[in-house]
Design a protein around this ligand. Structure first.
Ligand code: HEM
Length: 462
């Protein structure tokens, strides 16, 4: 370790327990406070001595690739990932090393740009149109909708169809009933010594029951596919086909067990809908609160689509809609925190980071930094209206909702396209308004709205 490196500055907290209560009450606020009051590399300690968990929170864009760009030096061996592996298995978002590489290669064909802009786009538009038609039929125009519930339904249906050829309609209530699982896992990942899951406390029982519910959804998806000769839902050979083929593979390096198939389906089902749903829901509320931006987007959408359904080719013709999605992902980054463990002693920004430290790259705090984003709490898609040689926020990693380095989100293009097509379809049909003033958030494994998000719908004339 270089001799001129300094000890990490620490976020001041309560005597003895440090920031434990702050983290428990308000994880997002605590991380922001660490960045604003202490600096871009801060130690946050929680719990009494001898029972303490501590994290290094990093919010300097210039340090992002030092951490996320070097998976051997900063690994996924964190307590949070261990919790996720227990609940969801070792699918691509939790795996690392050779296992991860094998999975990424196996599943790459599902995420080719051709696939995404071809059959997936058609499903995205069709499902968005169904949603809008349902709102019209059931008089939601009068009563309004809850934006988060609506977007969870939409994104679950889309991901179910494009990845697994599955109709998720019947499963959505079960998935919603298990929403607490992510929140519990995050808390278990940040408290010093979580109660072992095998101890039947009420919280543990609820967690186990929630995971069992999610697994029952996956079993149904796989059973339904096995009872059909082909899962082709117009999307070609989907992810489930690839997984089931790999299960039967002659090649032992490629072969997957039943559990590996189920784990992969579960984690993609969750990673593929929950994140996009939060971003879309928050975007609808921001647009509902801002007649100006809503009108900018509706004018653009009206000019480009002229009343016809959107297609993948329209995504690049709707720059303001795209920028609005980027801005929603800045203000409400669904993956609020990306955690790693330093495999050996490291120096970050001149500070000593001992081996075994959990290092948190927090898009949430990077995206709300006043040094990078003037008036960081204001929704302003104009921040992304820049010449191609300039980065939003002034640094290539000032905007990182999809992470960075080799583990960058594999679903990025799919999610961006899905969000643009959904917003274009919704704004073509309805004018949005809301009484929501501020979106209250909670940090589960991904970011969630903490309250209902009522949005009123008024049919657009013409
Ligand atoms: C707005 C939506 C989304 C956001 C904000 C998001 C965010 C992220 C982030 C930050 C990572 C990096 C995690 C890390 O470095 O440990 C990630 C990884 C991943 N995401 Fe997403 N994601 C989104 C949508 C999706 C979708 C739609 C899918 C699948 C269809 C998906 C599948 C994955 C997978 C499999 C990984 C792991 C990649 C790897 O380790 O190689 N995500 N996502």
């Amino acid at each position: 370790m270089p001799t001129n490196s300094r000890p990490l500055p620490v976020l001041p907290g309560a005597p003895i327990v440090g920031a434990a209560l702050d983290l428990r009450r308000d994880y997002l606020g605590t991380v922001l406070r660490a960045a604003r009051e202490v600096g871009p590399v801060t130690r946050i300690s929680a719990g009494p001595p001898g029972w303490r968990a501590s994290f290094v929170s990093v919010t300097a864009p210039g340090l992002v690739l030092e951490i996320l760009g070097q998976p051997q030096r900063y690994t996924r061996d964190t307590a949070g990932y261990a919790e996720m592996r227990w609940a969801f298995g070792n699918g691509m978002p939790t795996s690392q090393g050779d296992v991860w590489l094998r999975q990424r290669r196996l599943l790459a064909p599902v995420f080719t740009p051709r696939r995404i802009s071809g059959s997936y786009a058609a499903v995205m538009v069709e499902e968005s149109q169904k949603l809008v038609a349902g709102w019209r039929e059931h008089g939601a125009a009068g009563t309004g909708i809850d934006a988060h519930d609506a977007m969870v339904t939409l994104t679950s249906r889309i991901i179910g169809r494009v990845l697994f050829g599955a109709d998720m309609a019947g499963a959505i209530p079960r998935m919603v009933s298990a929403r607490h699982v992510g929140d519990t896992l995050l808390r278990r990942g940040v408290v010093p010594h979580p109660m072992p899951v095998r101890v039947p406390t009420p919280a543990n029982r609820r967690l186990v029951a929630g995971v069992r519910t999610l697994r029952s959804v996956v079993d149904d998806v796989i059973t339904a596919r096995r009872s059909r000769p082909s899962g082709d839902d117009g999307c070609g050979e989907d992810m489930l086909t690839l997984l089931l083929d790999a299960q039967r593979s002659e090649d032992p390096d490629r072969r997957l067990s039943d559990t590996e198939v189920a784990d992969q389906v579960l984690i993609f089902l969750l990673a593929g809908h929950d994140t996009t749903a939060t971003a879309l829901a928050c975007l609808l509320v921001e647009l509902a609160r801002s007649p100006h931006w809503q009108s900018v987007l509706r004018t653009e959408i009206g000019e480009v689509l002229a009343g016809r359904p959107a297609t993948a080719a329209d995504v690049s013709r709707l720059p303001w809609t795209y920028r609005a999605v980027c801005e929603a992902l800045r203000l409400y980054p669904p993956a609020h925190t990306i955690a790693r463990v330093a495999a050996a002693d490291e120096v970050l920004g001149g500070y000593r980071v001992p081996a075994g430290s959990t290092v948190l790259v927090t898009p949430w705090a990077v995206h709300r930094s006043p040094d990078l984003w003037p008036e960081p709490d204001t929704f302003d898609p104009g921040r992304f209206d820049l010449p191609p040689d300039r980065h939003p926020g002034g640094h290539r990693n000032a905007w990182l909702p999809f992470g960075a380095g080799p583990h960058t989100c594999v679903g990025m293009q799919l999610a961006m396209q899905e969000a643009v097509l959904a917003v274009a379809t919704i704004l073509s049909a309805f004018d949005l308004s809301t009484t929501v003033d501020t979106i209250k958030l909670e940090a589960a494994l991904s970011l969630h709205p903490a309250t209902a998000l009522p949005v009123r719908l008024t049919p657009v004339a013409g």
